[in-house]
Design a protein around this ligand. Structure first.
Ligand code: UT7
Length: 330
């Protein structure tokens, strides 16, 4: 028997606090006008740690919504994968925190770090487990509280990021027409310096004299990342489509990683994607790293922009650097 993975549920969740562009003007030299015109971002959500909001709490809330849409209980899950670079803790993993909160007693769970590509990496891994028959149903989450890794004195990065979680449930099917058609994952560690978090890992932990808190934050060479993100998302999308003898005009809907509206426009122009065939929400949420794609998927599904039978192409680019594309027929 040949198995495939079918998408049966999605969900998303956010911290309560909405932070506007104008709020940054109080502590860095910036303006609402600069942020809007250079990035497309207007607001973002910020977790309130004092109120108990964290990566796991929004991941759990998004997962509950995905379970509800799928119409299954948590004890049907065999696998939970969380793409995140902002896990609540190293141990237990955020996957385990989600598993415990949901009561997903049968599932094994883990976190994976692929920055903004975390969701597509997780989806691809879960899809492989389902295709081999080892797993029947998987919950894949992209969840981040990047506000905890931002240098609030660096205007070049602090205005870009936000906190969010998106979740998707996939399950075994024998029908290849409504399934994950394929995924392509890429990494290039030689370019790791253009988007990195230098301190706070095991090489320079917080107790060494070299440790500086401002280096335990996101460091980005914006223009280098911009150029590579555009090229990588276009190339990996075309490579995946050509593997399936398809061209962009065969795709019903495109979901791009939400980092900068100018990046989206360049990808759309190059691939010939009209505005109505894509979802843009970075104006509301900013760049939420691994959460951007599952949140877009959830919003587009719930608002009827994506329908049964549609071929949906997802593509992303992230720090370290990583990038990926995925093709799903709903
Ligand atoms: O999720 C992973 C993927 N991430 C991305 O894809 C992000 C990719 N990069 C970008 O989106 C853009 O490069 C940025 C939004 C980060 C920056 O936009 P840019 O048009 O590339 O600006 P820039 O870095 O070339 O900077 C132009 C000017 C500089 O000032 P000077 O040196 O010309 O005086 C910056 O200091 O804009 C300045 N600047 C700002 N000014 C006001 C940078 N950030 C700000 C700011 N407000 N927030």
């Amino acid at each position: 028997m040949t198995y495939f993975s079918k998408l049966i549920g999605t969900g998303s969740a956010f911290p309560e606090k909405i932070m506007t562009n104008a709020e940054f003007e109080a502590f860095v030299e910036t303006s609402d006008e600069w942020i809007r015109t250079r990035t497309g971002i207007q607001t973002r959500r910020i977790a309130n740690l004092q109120k108990g909001e964290s990566t796991s709490t929004i991941a759990i809330a998004a997962s509950r919504k995905a379970l509800e849409m799928a119409g299954i209980s948590a004890d049907k899950l065999d696998l939970i994968v969380v793409g995140t670079v902002t896990a609540d803790s190293v141990m237990p993993t955020t996957g385990n925190l989600v598993q415990a909160a949901l009561g997903a007693t049968r599932a094994f769970s883990f976190d994976l770090q692929a920055a903004c590509s975390g969701f597509l990496y997780g989806l691809s891994i879960a899809d492989q487990f389902i295709r081999t028959g080892a797993v029947e149903t998987a919950l894949v989450i992209g969840a981040e509280t990047l506000s905890t890794l931002v240098n609030w004195q660096d205007r070049g990065t602090c205005v870009l990021f936000g906190d969010a979680a998106g979740a998707a449930i996939i399950t075994r099917t024998t029908d290849p027409k409504h399934s994950i058609l394929g995924t392509r994952l890429y990494s290039d560690g030689t370019k790791g310096d253009i988007l990195k978090i230098p301190h706070g890992g095991s090489k320079i932990p917080h107790y060494l004299p070299e440790y500086q808190h401002k280096n335990h934050t996101i460091h980005m060479q914006g223009q280098e990342v911009f150029k590579l993100a555009v090229r990588s998302m276009i190339d990996s999308s075309l490579a995946l489509l050509s593997e399936h003898d398809l061209t962009p005009s065969d795709v019903d809907f495109f979901l791009f990683h939400q980092a900068n509206v100018r990046i989206l426009e360049m990808c759309m122009k190059s691939l010939g994607v009209p505005r109505e065939k894509t979802w843009i929400n970075l104006d509301k949420y900013g760049n939420t790293s691994a959460a951007t794609l599952p949140v877009c998927l959830d919003e587009a599904m719930r608002q009827g922009a994506i329908e049964t039978g549609n071929k949906v192409l997802l593509t992303t680019f992230g720090g370290g650097v990583t990038w990926a594309s995925g093709l799903i027929q709903i």
